[in-house]
Design a protein around this ligand. Structure first.
Ligand code: IVH
Length: 658
C-alpha cells in the first residue's frame, strides 16, 4: 500500500536524519537517502490529506520573515567569566573549594558559535531565541527550525527550555565561503560569524542552505536531574545533540591535562572551539554560588591562546579608513588560521613596521588579534635570503594621491582630503552600519559600487536612492528583490533614535557611548546643534576635545544643511529612550545608597531605568525600594523607619536574574 509506504518512509528518514545529524553516524549513503527522500516527497504529493508538519520534508520551513520579533528571556542569558591560565583556573576553583571542599566539575568544549535558547511546550519545539543583549533576544524560530539535528518534538510534555550553541561546521564553512567567492560576495571571517550571519537571514531558505548545527549545554532549572551532567544526559535522551566530550572531574589538575590535550587536537575537530567551559556539577552548589551581575559564579571559560602560524609577506599596501587614517597591511601567502583562510594582516602603522623590521618577502608569524583581524607578530630574520625588501611608507594617499600627514603624537598617517573617495565610501558605510543607521544591504562593497556609478556621494544621497531604481537594477548582480529590501531598510532607518544618527555621522571623538550620552542629555538634534562648548563640556563623560569637535561639526554650514535635508527626508531627530523591560521594578521608585560592589552608581541607575524604574535621590513614603551597598547611612535608616522595602545588592542581583 502506497500510504503504508509513506508512513514507513517518514519513520525511516527521521531515523536516518537522527543518525546523520545528531549522532554524526550515517547508516546509509547520501545518494540512497536522497532517493528515499524524493520517494517520500512524491507520495506526500499523492496524498495531501496526510500532511504532517513533523515530516522530514517539512523541516526546512522555507518561509520568509518580515522581521525578527523581540523576546524577553524568562531568565537572562548570561555570558561566562574567562580565565587564560592554569593559575587563574586554580584560583577560581580554590574559592569554591574553600567553601565546599573537593567537588565534581563538568568540563565541556566551548563551542564557537552563537548562543541560542530553545523552548518546547507540550513536547513540541515552539521557539528559538538568540541571546541578543542577554535580557532580550530575537525570535529566529523559522531559521533554527531548518537545523536538522534539532528535535522538532520531544518525549516530554512539561515546558522545557534548553540553551546551547548554533554553529557552522568547518566543512560547511568552507563550502559557504567558496560559494561566496564564486558569487563575488565577501567571505565570512570565521565559522562563528558565518553562523550568526546565517541565523540573522530573514529568508529561512538561506539559513537552511548553510549547513548549520547545534550543541546543547545548559538547561536552566532542570527538574529532571540533580547535576548538570545528568541534566545533559537527560537532554541527550530526549534527542538533543549533546557534545560527546563532556567529562566529569574532581580535580583541577586533571581538567588542565584535558585542556592541554584538547588544545592539541582542536584542529582535528569538525567544528571550531575556542576554549573549555568548566562547570560545578551539583545543582545545589550551583544554586548557592549563584551569579554576579553578568556571569554565573559556578562556571568559568578557559579561553585557548590565539593560534600562531608562519607565512610569507608577498606585498605591503595601504588602506584608507573613514577618518582618513592610512593603515599599512600585509598581503600574505594564504594560510589556515583558526578555522579560516587568511590572506591579509594588519601592520598597524609605520612605527610598527620599523620596530619589528618587517619587509616584503619576509617569513612572518601571524595571529588573530581579538579573534578577527590577523596581525603580524614578528618576522623571522634567520629565514632571510637577500630577496627581502624594506618598506618605504608613502607620502601620498594611495586613493586620491593627495599628501598624507602624520599628526603630532600619533603613530598614524592621515589623508586630510575630505573628498577622498576612500573616506567618503567608508564614511557612508559606517553611517549605514548596524550600530549606526542599521541599513541592511548597504555594506562597503555596495556603497563603493554606488559611489562609482555616481548615485551615492553623501549621506543624504542614501535617502534618494529609491529614485534611482533603474540605475541600481542595471548594476550587475542587482535583483529587484535586493533593491526592494534595500529601499525598505532605508525607509525603516528613518525611525531610528537620535543616538544612531549621531553615531552614524562619524563626528570625531563621538563613538557609540558619547552618542548615547549626548542624545539622552539633549533629547533632540536641534538642542545639540545649539549647544555651546561650555555646555557640552559640562556633561559628564564628555571631554573638552569632544565638546570642541561636536561644536565645530554643527557650526559647519554644510553639516547644518545636511541635518536639514535629513529632516526634509523625514528622519527622526529625537532620542526615543531606552527600551524598558517589565520587572518588579517597573514603575517603581528606587533609591540607591552606599557603595555597590558590582556596579557604579551610574550603571545601577541605568540598569534600573532600563527596567522601567524611576531612580530618586531621597527616601520618602513614596519610595518603593532602597537598594543599599556597604557603608549605607541615613537613607537606609530612614527607609527602615518608614517601612520602605530594602534590598541588599545581592538580593537586587538575584531579583534581576530571576
Ligand atoms: S554555559 C549560564 N557551556 O560561550 C551558563 N557556554 O563566552 C551559560 N559557550 O555565552 C553558558 N560552549 O554562548 C556554556 N559548553 C558551553 C559553551 C558555552 C560555548 C558559549 C556561550 C556563552 C559563551 C561565553
Amino acid at each position: 500500500m502506497s500510504k503504508d509506504r509513506l508512513f514507513e518512509l517518514r519513520k525511516l528518514l527521521k531515523q536516518y536524519n537522527y543518525e546523520y545529524h545528531t549522532l554524526d553516524k550515517p547508516t546509509i549513503p547520501d545518494s540512497e537517502y536522497d532517493a528515499l527522500y524524493r520517494e517520500l516527497e512524491n507520495l506526500e504529493a499523492m496524498y495531501p490529506e496526510e500532511f504532517d508538519p513533523e515530516s522530514v520534508t517539512q523541516h526546512a520551513g522555507y518561509e520568509v520573515l518580515s522581521e525578527f520579533k523581540k523576546v524577553i528571556h524568562d531568565k537572562p542569558m548570561l555570558s561566562l567569566g574567562n580565565v587564560f591560565s592554569y593559575e587563574e583556573l586554580k584560583e577560581w576553583a580554590a574559592k569554591i573549594e574553600k567553601i565546599y571542599g573537593k567537588i565534581e566539575y563538568c568540563a565541556e568544549f566551548k563551542i564557537d558559535g552563537l548562543a541560542m535558547n530553545l523552548l518546547y511546550e507540550d513536547g513540541k519545539f515552539v521557539r528559538a531565541v538568540t541571546r541578543g543583549n542577554g535580557i532580550e533576544g530575537e525570535d529566529v524560530t523559522s531559521n533554527v527550525k531548518t537545523i536538522k539535528s534539532i528535535p522538532k518534538t520531544i518525549p516530554y510534555k512539561n515546558r522545557y527550555e534548553i540553551r546551547g550553541e548554533v554553529y557552522m561546521p568547518k566543512m560547511a564553512f568552507e563550502r559557504v565561503n567558496h560559494e561566496r567567492i564564486v558569487n563575488g560576495e565577501e567571505e565570512f571571517a570565521n565559522p562563528r560569524n558565518a553562523a550568526a550571519g546565517s541565523i540573522r537571514q530573514l529568508d529561512s531558505k538561506i539559513a537552511a542552505s548553510r549547513g548549520l548545527d547545534g550543541f546543547w549545554y545548559y538547561v536552566p532549572d532542570d527538574i529532571n536531574a540533580l547535576t548538570h551532567y545528568d541534566s545533559l544526559e537527560y537532554a541527550r535522551s530526549l534527542g538533543f545533540k549533546v557534545n560527546e566530550n563532556n567529562r566529569l572531574f574532581d580535580n583541577i589538575d586533571e581538567i588542565y591535562d584535558y585542556i592541554l590535550k584538547t588544545i592539541d587536537k582542536r584542529h582535528d575537530l569538525p567544528y571550531e572551539i575556542d576554549g573549555m567551559v568548566i562547570k560545578v556539577n551539583r545543582y545545589d552548589i550551583q544554586k548557592e554560588l549563584g551569579f554576579t551581575s553578568r556571569v554565573p559564579k559556578w562556571a568559568i571559560a578557559y579561553k585557548f591562546p590565539p593560534e600562531e602560524v608562519r607565512t610569507i609577506i608577498e606585498d605591503i599596501f595601504i588602506t584608507v579608513g573613514r577618518t582618513g587614517k592610512c593603515t599599512p597591511n600585509a598581503k600574505l601567502k594564504s594560510v589556515r588560521l583558526q578555522g579560516s583562510t587568511v590572506s591579509y594582516a594588519t601592520l598597524h602603522n609605520e612605527d610598527m613596521i620599523k620596530e619589528k623590521d618587517i619587509r616584503i618577502n619576509d617569513t612572518v608569524i601571524v595571529r588573530k588579534a581579538g579573534d578577527i583581524i590577523p596581525e603580524v607578530v614578528r618576522s623571522i630574520k634567520e629565514e632571510r635570503n637577500g630577496t627581502q625588501i624594506p618598506y618605504v611608507f608613502p607620502d601620498v594617499c594611495p586613493i586620491c594621491h593627495s599628501k598624507i600627514y602624520r599628526l603630532k603624537n600619533e603613530a598614524a598617517h592621515y589623508c586630510i582630503n575630505n573628498d577622498c573617495p576612500a573616506k567618503v565610501v567608508t564614511g557612508i558605510a559606517h553611517f549605514a552600519s548596524r550600530d549606526a543607521m542599521n541599513i541592511d544591504g548597504l555594506g562597503e562593497k555596495r556603497v563603493e559600487t554606488f559611489y562609482q556609478n555616481g548615485i551615492l556621494k553623501t549621506f543624504e544621497d542614501i535617502y534618494t536612492l529609491h529614485t534611482k531604481r533603474d540605475i541600481i537594477l542595471s548594476l550587475e548582480k542587482f535583483a529587484e528583490k535586493s533593491y526592494q529590501n534595500l529601499v525598505d531598510a532605508i525607509e525603516k532607518s528613518k525611525e531610528n533614535s537620535m543616538e544612531n544618527l549621531l553615531f552614524g555621522l562619524g563626528i570625531r571623538q563621538v563613538g557609540e557611548k558619547a552618542s548615547k550620552i549626548l542624545s539622552e542629555h539633549f533629547e533632540n538634534i536641534d538642542n545639540l546643534m545649539d549647544a555651546s562648548v561650555e555646555e557640552l563640556e559640562n556633561i559628564k563623560d564628555i571631554g573638552g576635545i569632544t565638546a570642541l569637535a561636536i561644536y565645530d561639526f554643527f557650526h559647519d554650514d554644510s553639516n547644518r544643511a545636511m541635518i536639514n535635508s535629513f529632516k526634509l527626508h523625514g528622519l527622526n531627530m529625537k532620542y526615543l529612550g531606552v527600551k524598558k523591560k517589565e520587572s518588579v521594578f517597573t514603575n517603581k521608585t528606587c533609591v540607591l545608597t552606599g557603595t555597590l560592589v558590582n556596579y557604579s552608581r551610574n550603571e545601577a541607575t541605568r540598569l534600573l531605568e532600563s527596567l522601567g524604574a524611576k531612580v530618586s535621590s531621597s527616601v520618602s513614603k513614596k519610595t518603593d525600594y532602597v537598594i543599599y551597598g556597604s557603608e549605607a547611612g541615613s537613607k537606609l535608616d530612614k527607609a527602615r523607619q518608614l517601612n520602605v522595602k530594602t534590598l541588599t545588592e545581592e538580593e537586587f542581583i538575584r531579583i534581576i536574574n530571576s
